[in-house]
Design a protein around this ligand. Structure first.
Ligand SMILES: C[S@@+](CC[C@H](N)C(=O)[O-])C[C@H]1O[C@@H](n2cnc3c(N)ncnc32)[C@H](O)[C@@H]1O
Length: 291
């Protein structure tokens, strides 16, 4: 069953939700940063009705989306209204593989091919909330993967850059964004993407207000720290393979002009495994960046 057939099947399930206008069509209204579905919990039917009317999305997925949202809020993974809105407006089902469509809103990370994964929704919510993105800020993501993380970010700011090291994934995800933009998801016009080794950042557009790294490494890459603005925040999984701590790093300048870096663990010491921060030599991925 392909994505469209699956959507048609779930449309039948949608009928049971008695929400008029179940649609597979394009986004009916142009996106703007002021539009928002209801954010308070306990408003599932109002959320679904708003999303069907304004975004043309499938009510069966919207029900799953909202159920996951309520758990994210209860778990304090998303705290502020801007992140709540970003989570509610990002259709995760568009970024998973077809074979995982029925699992799009599960807690877990999911396979996206080439040995890598789309991070779980709780992790994405918590990491993004921790960097407190404001409208207009420049945000760099290392590890585009499925594209879901940057899609979420594009609901918070109109300037997002993302780098993916695996060429076929970078190309596939660019295609996902372009397809969604053609369907009216204009917020994804904010995303610039490229295939490269993200260890070296994206000098041309630096400095960045915020940097989010979605692959694990044993140290903070000096070029990324250098490309972070003073006062900027980076979130990055740091530690040995499979045993990362998700660190929030703030780059500060002391009165005497020296640069200081403060670190805190957004999971209070809990280990979170990530796919490795790999290294490009020529056009070959060769091992990992290690200190
Ligand atoms: C957990 S996965 C993807 C998560 C992604 N943000 C998402 O929403 O699907 C991490 C990604 O980092 C990529 N990656 C690993 N090392 C990299 C590097 N040096 N530069 C850029 N991307 C890298 C992997 O190929 C993988 O796609």
């Amino acid at each position: 069953m392909n994505r469209r057939e699956f959507m048609a099947t779930t449309s039948a399930a949608a009928a049971a939700l008695a929400v008029p206008g179940a649609a597979l069509a394009d986004v009916p209204f142009p996106y703007n940063y002021d539009m928002s579905p209801p954010l308070a919990v306990g408003q599932r039917d109002a959320y679904i009705a708003w999303m069907v009317e304004n975004r043309g999305e499938n009510p069966a997925f919207l029900a799953q989306h909202y159920a996951r949202y309520e758990v994210l809020v209860a778990n304090r993974d998303v705290l502020d209204d801007r992140n709540k809105r970003a989570f509610l407006l990002t259709p995760r089902e568009e970024f998973v593989l077809e074979r995982n469509l029925s699992r799009a809103y599960e807690h877990a990370f999911l396979d996206i091919g080439y040995g890598v994964t789309i991070s779980g929704p709780h992790l994405v919510g918590r990491m993004t909330t921790s960097i407190d993105v404001q409208m207009g800020e420049k945000v760099l993501e290392i590890g585009t993967g499925s594209g879901y993380q940057s899609a979420y970010l594009s609901n918070l700011t109109n300037q997002v850059w993302t780098i993916e090291i695996i060429a076929p994934i970078a190309e596939r995800t660019r295609g996902v964004y372009d397809g969604l933009i053609a369907r009216g998801y204009n917020e994804y016009l904010a995303i610039s993407s490229k295939n490269a080794d993200g260890y070296y950042g994206w000098e041309e557009f630096a400095p960045f207000d915020k940097i989010i790294v979605t692959c694990g490494i044993d140290h903070v890459p000096p070029p990324l720290l250098q490309q972070l603005k003073v006062g900027g925040i980076m979130v990055i999984p740091v530690g040995p393979p499979g045993a990362h701590h998700v660190l929030k790093i703030i780059k500060e300048q002391a009165p005497d002009g020296t640069i200081r870096v403060s670190r805190s663990d957004i999971y209070d010491g809990r280990i979170v495994p990530f796919v490795p921060f790999t290294k490009l030599e020529g056009d070959q991925i060769v091992g990992v960046h290690a200190e």
